[in-house]
Write a protein that binds this ligand. Structure first.
Ligand code: GDP
Length: 297
């Protein structure tokens, strides 16, 4: 991911660096190329416009152009604006510092990697935070989904809620929270059913589960490979049910990176974690400054 964007930007920056003095026209010309590179990387148009405007406003000032190394200064401004657009300095941690058992709700479309991510988060919390985690599948649509989560729990060496047929998603959620309280779990991860597309029924189901469990986190899982669709999905989910964080999966694929770059600006929700493979340990915190570093080389 980001390779082609990174290559395009580095050729723009090499040219900027190569010059001793820079005119306003040089900066504008470079910004035109940055704009094209971002559009080609599938970054949403309003985000591209905003990005270029911010860089231009800060870069065209007299101090920058008359400085000793103007090219370097412009590149630093691009880096700063990129970090801002990715969400600011530092990773945004999961909000799990509330009284146990902490409900964490996983939402997302089918195939986004939601169930796998539930398993990854369980493993991360068990190994890195020493938490006792209970995984519960609220997917009553696909019986296989409940089994899949139980198997993931086994691989992550955490508990899973026993499967009881005939319960509604809300009933399972309430049972999971009861078990969490009774059995002294720190975290209860509630994995909701995915759908092929966003529909009212799905949103109503998520709302009902939220009302019944009051989750500390509502994590939306989106597939980076779906580009701007991932951003549109996130916006729709956020408007309908409120999302506290985004997990972007398949960062190991050859997606152009636009979704990661547009997500914060378009949805307002932070990307908290990224998935980078099928294995349960293939998940990382999202550090905007590191991502900017990868893009700018
Ligand atoms: P769900 O329908 O949203 O619950 O999706 P699943 O968790 O069942 O994942 C669908 C497929 O995507 C599975 O084969 C996962 O192994 C795979 N997957 C999930 N996350 C990642 C990721 O970050 N990278 C890659 N390459 N594959 C992933």
């Amino acid at each position: 991911m980001f390779e082609s964007l990174s290559n395009r930007l580095s050729s723009v920056f090499d040219r900027l660096r190569g010059r001793g003095a820079l005119s306003e026209t040089d900066v504008l010309e470079a910004m035109r190329e940055v704009r094209l590179a971002l559009l080609e990387a599938d970054v949403a148009l309003p985000v591209v416009k905003d990005f270029v405007t911010k860089v231009r406003e800060r870069a065209v000032g007299v101090e920058v152009l008359r400085s000793v190394s103007p090219g370097q200064q412009v590149i630093k401004i691009v880096n700063d604006v990129l970090i801002e657009q990715l969400g600011g300095e530092g990773a945004v941690p999961l909000n799990i510092n509330v009284p146990a058992p902490v409900p964490v709700l996983m939402v997302g479309l089918q195939g986004s990697g939601k169930t796998t991510t539930a398993g990854k988060i369980a493993l991360m919390l068990r190994t890195k935070e020493r938490k006792r985690v209970l995984l519960a599948s609220l997917d009553t649509q696909r019986p296989a989904a409940q089994l899949q989560l139980a198997q993931l729990a086994e691989r992550a060496e955490v508990s899973s809620l026993p499967i009881v047929q005939g319960q509604t998603p809300v009933q399972i959620a309430v049972r999971a929270m009861d078990a969490g309280r009774r059995e002294g779990f720190d975290i209860v991860i509630l994995d909701t059913a995915g759908r092929l597309s966003i529909d009212e029924e799905l949103m109503d189901e998520v709302k009902a589960i939220r009302a019944a469990t009051n989750p500390a986190e509502t994590l939306l899982v989106v597939d980076a490979m779906t580009g701007q669709d991932a951003v549109n999905t996130a916006r729709a989910f956020n408007e309908a049910v409120g999302v506290t964080g985004i997990v972007m999966t398949r960062m190991d694929g050859d997606a152009r990176g636009g979704a990661a770059l547009s997500m914060r600006a378009i949805t307002g929700a932070p990307i908290k974690l990224t998935g980078s493979g099928e294995k349960l340990d293939a998940m990382e915190a999202f550090h905007p400054e590191r991502v900017a570093g990868r893009i700018l080389g």
